[in-house]
Design a protein. Sequence first.
Length: 617
Amino acid sequence: MCGIIGYVGKQKAKPILMEGLKRLEYRGYDSAGLAVLDKAKVKSVRAVGMVVELEKKIAKLDLKGQVGVAHTRWATHGKPSVANSHPHTDCKNKIAVVHNGIIENYLELKKRLSRRGHKFKSETDTEVIVHLIEEERRKVNDLFEAVQRVLPKLVGAYGIAVISEADPDMIVIAKKGSPLLFGVGDDEYIVSSDAAAIISYTKQVVYLNDGEVAKITPKGYQVVEIGQGEVEKESVKISWTQESAQKSGFKHYMLKEIHEQPQAIESAIRGRVDKFIKEGSQTPILGGLAPTKEIRDRLAKIKRIIIVSCGTSYYSGLVGEYMIEEYAGIPVEVETASEFRYRRPVIDENTAILAISQSGETADTLEAIREGKLKGALSLGVVNVVGSTIARETDAGVYNHAGPEIGVASTKAFTSQISILTLITLSLGRQRQMSFVMGKRIAEELKRIPGLVKKTLKKEAEIKKIAKKYGKYDNWLYLGRKYNFPIAMEGALKLKEISYAHAEGYAAGEMKHGPIAMIDSNFPSLFIIPSDSVYEKVVSGVEEIKARGGKVLAIATEGNKEIAKLADDVIYIPKTLEMLTPLLSVVPLQLLAYHIGVSRGYDVDKPRNLAKSVTVE
Ligand code: M6R
């Protein structure tokens, strides 16, 4: 949600900032802007719309400055406009700030600052920060000190980067609740809210923790924790490659990531099940899940798991619930993270709270896990972005290793999460009642899944034709039962996100309790109906829809001829274990959403109003 980039070093800042903004555009694209310290003056340019609009505005400006900050915005306070775009500057245009997050007490601060004569130029919450810095900078020796004096006055979440005319060669950055890191180069540093944006420059990065402020100059960096003094920060190496963050010949990141799923699933299970299958070792190898004896012991004793997550990660959590309850026998609840903190969940030391998050930065999920920890739960994470806040704040966890996911509509993270949840099920199950034979059967089948996903992806041309046929419909019901109920919701979410068609994901059995009232010939139903233990029940639902003149598109198991007679169209997926069908059934739904979105003329990588990572509550 919003993207920050900053540069200080020996090169011209402008091209580096622009390149960074393009890579960060998936974080927000309402407007963009940059400020560079050029000939000791803050020069700022901002534009509404995509980064290309800023590029046009800035093309002829020869900015030579070697220090600068830039921002791509996802509007929270104040509509997208030039005045509301970042960077924001103080009354004299000598200090510039870019900000991610929300300053909750900004109205109160704004009133006070206005009374003291500050002139506001925007409707944003961010602008109070720069005016506060302006005041403090007058009282102290440098920008670093001034920012440290301002931060305790701010209530809310922020990742900020600040430059000032009085402090050339310096960027000051600070983090609380919004991701922020900087890459370490050779006498140069590049600040970013997202590691994927800077891997073409350096792979050595320093992640800031909440409450930390850093002063960065070409000569080095210094980090302090507010109220605690200086902290030693080492850089860590990111393993992602530059190619992994590019489109590599695909028209969209989303399509590339759909096609990357076989590798993403393979990476999720690589090195984790082979020994288990071959040697009959007790559990799959999930080192991060049991890093110490204490956590291993606590895991063996947990009586209940609460999964907290949002959006697509919430739906993978629901699949996890079914798996863990069926095969590990541990009660699981899955809760929308944004609800968790505001009610009174019952938690004790035998509860594990498991956060699932691609970005590892989703504010709602982060706050839910903090709440669980506070109440004594063991905190676990399934996170894709290495070093992200959730990954750092949980007691233990498993990384997806899916590579960067840039498409706003999440795809490969989802199947990767389900693969990891399968491994967690095996691990917890084997610690309890699951037989080795059962565990081995699941692990062996999981290893076949990348090949089966590849096979499913070969249906793309057929799915594209179906997308053309069904693309005109504005309302859909997506129906599934048991393991495929969450897939119905995930498929509907994908369609909503990128084609703006209305789709409701429903438990197939619930359809007759209400939604069937909406069915007519203009309201198709998509049934996920693999040949599993609930097949017969779901077929009844198909019959009921057909009896009312509704159109039916079915996702069914290869070899099922019966469904072809009932449904208007069928997309077949290979046969697998019931618990693993979601890994296959979701693929046609991703492709269908993608091709409907594209056929409707939308930029599926930049769906309107959405941002990749939602770092505000
Ligand atoms: O990074 P996270 O997995 O925590 O993100 C959770 C949701 O915001 C995310 O899945 C969102 O729903 C996507 N747009 C789904 O495609």
